[in-house]
Write a protein that binds this ligand. Structure first.
Ligand code: GTP
Ligand code: MG
Length: 219
């Protein structure tokens, strides 16, 4: 009985996720769902990313958080559409929340939409939001053995960003080993290694966004 209820919830979410994807495609918006465990560096990376991308792209952001608006406030300096969703304890964003947020964004005037999901390495994997790409931030500070332990999230990711590599020398962890572990779980995803706090390490990330944005524009 419980399994049936859960199935219904997932089916409904996936249907709305499909609608979201169609709306985004109609408006030629390239969308990214940024997922990770808490504190992995999503907002830090977004801040640097907006600093660069808003020079030549029309960007919008949907911020997901349990209770606060801290992450949205961290991005307030940018003159962009910025929607905060509070899940009030919910461990993930769902497609309906994104649909409602999208109602408040002029999609025709948007090229790239970033969605920062709630910090959680399990639940967001099951909820399609309608995004084009799922980007998983994997901070090396959590250890280089996490991909097999949280396999679903790693399997679903289109891009895995191994973050906080500046701290790796101080811990008993290896970014190379972490990348090997990611490959074992998801041989097809792209992998980048960087420090979200260091602008000089972000070129590969910016190139990946431009490449994927350009592919989306040609669809
Ligand atoms: N040393 C170092 N610190 C980092 C790096 N990236 C993020 N941090 C720090 O990690 C902490 C958490 O970063 P956030 O950007 O808030 O992480 P988040 O994923 O948005 O966190 P939640 O939204 O709470 O899940 C902050 O103190 C950042 O300065 C990095 O590459 N290197
Ligand atoms: Mg954040």
């Amino acid at each position: 009985m419980e399994i049936k209820v859960l199935k219904n919830v997932m089916m409904k979410n996936n249907a709305i996720g499909g609608d979201n994807r169609w709306r985004l495609k109609q408006s030629k918006v390239f969308s990214l769902n940024m997922v990770s465990s808490p504190g992995a560096g999503k907002t830090t990376l977004l801040k640097h990313t907006l600093g660069r991308l808003t020079r030549n792209h029309k960007v919008a952001v949907i911020e997901g958080d349990l209770y606060t608006s801290k992450d949205a406030l961290a991005l307030e300096q940018f003159d962009i559409p910025l929607i905060q969703i509070n899940t009030e304890g919910g461990c993930h964003l769902d497609a309906r929340m994104i649909s409602t947020a999208m109602d408040n964004i002029d999609l025709e005037s948007t090229e790239i939409l970033f969605i920062e999901n709630v910090g959680n390495l399990v639940c967001p994997a099951s909820f399609d939001l309608g995004e084009d790409k799922m980007v998983l931030l994997y901070p090396i500070t959590e250890g280089d053995d996490k991909p097999s332990k949280y396999a679903t999230m790693f399997q679903k990711a289109d891009l895995v960003i191994i973050n906080k590599v500046d701290i790796a020398p101080y811990l008993n962890v290896s970014p190379e080993k972490a990348a090997e572990e990611v490959r074992k779980i998801n041989p097809d995803c792209e992998i980048l290694t960087l420090s979200a706090t260091k602008m000089e390490t972000l070129d590969g990330w910016f190139e990946w966004i431009e490449k994927e944005f350009s592919l989306k524009s040609q669809e």
